[in-house]
Design a protein around this ligand. Sequence first.
Ligand code: DC
Length: 244
Amino acid sequence: MSGDESLLRAESPQRKVIVAIDGPSGAGKSTIARHLARHFGLLNLETGAMYRAFALKALHAGLSLDDSAALADLAAETTIRLEPAERENRVLLDDEDVTGLLRNQTVTDAASRVSVFPAIRAWMVRLQQQLGEAGGVVMEGRDIGTVVFPQAQVKIFLDAAPEVRGLRRYDQIGQTGPTPATPPEEVIRDLRARDERDRNRADSPLKPAPDAVLLDSTNMTLEEAVRAAEAIVASRLRWPVPQQ
Ligand code: DC
């Protein structure tokens, strides 16, 4: 943590604040969490990137993604660190920067598969609690408001219709991914399959915490959803919304 960050955590009123952002893929969590962190002077921590980093290691090790015992053994000899950075978190897997290797479809699917296992989740939850315990964070994921920080002062559950989320994802892939682009129907199909797994796993399924504010961005632009999220955080914390 840099000197500025520790000062922010130690001395500002944001000190103990935890803002939990949960929701399915493509609901706009990353963009909204990044904006909120910048806007309110908090650190942004993307927990999905940790599951992705572990999935990358499991793929490289050639493990079966169904072998929970082998995955738990691998976890026992793995370190994952997140470092807040300007756009997205820097992800260090066993001290190696893997940030650029985590967003392809193979890792995306593998992350969803390894994240169903209780031993993997328990390990990740501990790591995430350590990362956020000092407060001053926006933490984004699937189970932040329900399991990782049930005491978070602000919880937002972001959602949108699957077709809308799929098309947003398609637009993102179109900008950064390899050609030829995956057809939109395929992106929506993959997203529905991951939704299904994330919402129906036995351990910590994706669902809103009882005290979460639901924000459905189906009929909003991302800009409108960002403003709505800012207003929720400001009113929950009784802070004025900082001027642009
Ligand atoms: O947010 P993301 O798409 O980067 O997450 C990748 C996968 O990790 C997602 O399919 C579900 C899993 N995940 C989870 O189970 N719990 C979290 N807190 C974050 C992500």
